[in-house]
Write a protein that binds this ligand. Structure first.
Ligand code: ATP
Ligand code: MG
Length: 408
């Protein structure tokens, strides 16, 4: 078996070998290459200690030196080179509490989560596959390295990773691994929400977001997102939610909004607040919270295929939110809002006035006219915009000044 590696990876491996240390490409990149997928990044595992790695290469960055990882820079690219290690027990954070280095590749592969992630490759020695990872790839199976209950006890995040890799690759989770997921799910309470959200996000953004069903089936979802536990245990809601996820574009705001809109109780502002509270608990970024809560709020609102309501929408929300909202409506109603899309495009292309900034007059014009400083100015501009949203021809200086005078 012959695998093409990027020249940076081959160079690093050769250099380490020449200095007398074993080195291999390892983990996700080997898995992805065997599946003819493009690896996101290339990881190298080596017998050399971080200090020895640093001594061999001119440009390195200590990206995770306490866990044995040094990033080696070749040209503009960075490659993570990690010393063979045996992990101690994992704790709340992203890394095990203590790690110790080892001289054995086998030991290093043993600490890895799934057989498909525990293969190494060397340009001359070929594939090193101790746990049957290649066979599991062929049979499209996610299976723990070793005893699943032990592996999930060491690090409960692996429970979510099993579902996530299943969803990304379209694989089934092997029976004993799946049983252990259900058995040890409570241990996910000890894992940080940041790590949990990262895995949940990868699952939702995958080609098979409907694999969330596996998390619900095993009760894992109910442990990590207790806010939606009751809802997902109702057959009709669960089915509806999974179908919607499957039919939606792979966009995290859209998929989170569909999940929440389908499973959260209440309406309008209440639902929006519940979504925002949940996302805050998961410590997601502000941009995600803002977008998802707006989408949850809008999800059950209709938008007529008329220029005025679409301009009104665009005066409240940016263009990308409108497009996401329309995608959600399409999934939820089963009807394509093609007319709304076309009208929105026309409005945007034409550069219609949809904001105070785009009005043909400014606050200073109003001041000159004698309007006093303060709240009044904003109110008048707001009023003028509302009129212009209804009738674009009004957006002309003389006209707006006249209307402002009348209003006063
Ligand atoms: P991705 O495409 O998401 O990056 P990946 O397989 O590279 O997939 P990473 O999270 O980047 O996943 O981890 C790299 C490798 O490190 C994995 O392939 C696996 O061998 C090992 N690994 C990562 N996290 C764990 C974990 N929690 N427990 C055991 N091994 C792990
Ligand atoms: Mg990776």
């Amino acid at each position: 078996m012959n695998m093409e590696l990027p020249s940076g990876v081959t160079n690093i491996i050769e250099r380490l070998n020449m200095a007398g240390y074993e080195a291999f490409a390892v983990g996700g990149c080997v898995r992805d290459r065997l599946l003819f997928r493009t690896p996101g990044d290339w990881d190298i595992t080596t017998q050399a200690t971080p200090q020895q790695v640093k001594a061999l290469f001119d440009r390195t960055v200590d990206t995770g030196i306490q866990h044995g990882t040094v990033t080696v820079l070749i040209g503009k690219e960075g490659f993570e080179v990690t010393t063979y290690r045996v992990d101690g027990e994992y704790e709340d954070g992203r890394h095990p509490k203590e790690v110790s280095f080892t001289a054995s590749l086998t030991e290093d592969l043993k600490r890895r989560d799934f057989t498909i992630n525990a293969m190494a490759y060397h340009p001359k020695q070929g594939l090193i596959d101790i746990f049957g990872g290649e066979q599991d790839l062929k049979e499209k199976r996610v299976r723990c390295v070793g005893e699943p209950t032990e592996r999930f006890t060491e690090d409960a995040l692996r429970i979510m990773r099993a579902a996530r890799f299943g969803a990304q690759l379209g694989f089934t989770v092997e029976e004993r691994t799946k049983e252990a997921m259900a058995e040890l799910k409570e241990r996910l309470r000890m894992v940080s929400v940041e790590r949990i959200y990262t895995e949940l996000k990868k699952l939702l953004l995958s080609e098979h977001p409907e694999y969330l069903d596996l998390m619900i089936d095993t009760g894992v979802f109910q442990v990590v997102i207790p806010e939606l536990a009751e809802a997902v245990e109702q057959e009709d809601i669960r089915k509806k939610m999974l179908k919607r996820l499957q039919e939606s574009p792979a966009d995290i705001y859209i998929r989170l909004a569909l999940l929440f809109d389908t499973c959260l109780k209440g309406e309008g502002e209440d639902k929006k607040d519940a979504a925002s509270k949940l996302l805050r608990r998961l410590k997601t970024d502000g941009e995600t919270i803002k977008n998802v809560k707006n989408l949850v709020f809008l999800a059950d609102k209709e938008l007529e295929a008329e220029e005025i309501p679409i301009r009104q929408f665009l005066s409240h929300y940016p263009e990308d939110l409108l497009m996401r909202y329309l995608a959600i409506r399409e999934v939820e109603t089963g009807e394509s809002p093609e007319n709304q899309r076309l009208l929105a495009e026309k409005i945007l292309k034409r550069g219609d006035c949809v904001s105070i900034r785009q009005l043909a007059i400014t606050g200073s014009d109003l001041l000159e006219m004698g309007v006093p400083h303060g709240k009044k100015i904003g109110e008048i501009l707001e009023y003028l915009l509302n009129e212009v949203l209804k009738k674009q021809e009004l957006n002309e200086k003389e006209q707006l000044l006249k209307m402002a005078k009348q209003k006063l």
